[in-house]
Design a protein around this ligand. Sequence first.
Ligand code: PMV
Length: 324
Amino acid sequence: MKNLIPHLNPAQQSATAFACSNIALCKYWGKRDSKLNLPINSSLSISLADKGATATIKLISAAQDQYAINNKSIPADSSHFLRLKNYFDLFRVTGFSFELEINLTIPLAAGLASSAAIFAAIAKALDKLFAWQLDNKNLSILARFGSGSAARSIEEGFVEWRRGEHEDGLDSFAEKIDCAWPDFRVGLCLLTSEAKKISSRAGMQSTVETSILYQAWPAQVAHDLPLIKQAIHNHDFELLGKTAENNALAMHATMLASQPPLLYSTPETIQLMQKIWRLRSEGLKIYFTQDAGPNLKLLFLKSELAQVQECFANIEIVVPFKGN
Ligand code: PMV
């Protein structure tokens, strides 16, 4: 941390910042260092524009930190509180505690990358509070300490997080891919907004330690990542969709082979997958991806919008690139 932040002298009493959520098209699953949140594999995502988190951080003279999400205070004995406190402990200022207010435009912890947006927004707000003026590379590293995927929530558009090689993690950060795709759409299919039962942190650890299929995962990523980048640069939607969908299903296959088995899908998830495959066989150009929760995210182009809205009643459409 010392190599990253210049000082711990606050420049103001309070600061606010927004960070977008992101959805991985090539997933991050498995840590090589769980303290520094260093991933086993590189990953690639699409940021969700105005879907994300706004964090307001204040320095208060209370005995203990106070955190709230969407105006609801987080109990001091909960795992959410502990996770946030562990993060804030990295930036303690003598004589002060932190007050944190988070406002989300996405459901909390239902596999819609809320933790990515939250930790990226906190990192940006801390940067303002202390007037560090970090660049996006260092903000990405700072966000990564809170949640791995938060490293990808500093930038907009398509973003690649290279795993890096160094033990200190200073070369493990995310960068924007300089390629806009204005017609690209993401549809959020919210089957449930219930919080997931197994955190991605616990799920990753169990998969890495117990799933024999995990051995194949780095090779899957080595195959998929260049194809997804090629698809983005050529605006080849079919290549992007089929590679991203297969990547997500392969990740879930590694989880299912864990002991005990890890299954984030519900019967509704499977029904939705089957509906998507049926519609695709009938000619609709639509693919999905799935994270550590039962909800699916649809991937499609603007040209399919009317049909997608007709086939899926309750989806929220995200336009990742502005001005379209
Ligand atoms: O950053 P975490 O610890 O919430 O893990 C994210 C894991 C996935 O969402 C399943 C994959 C990804 O790359 O975002």
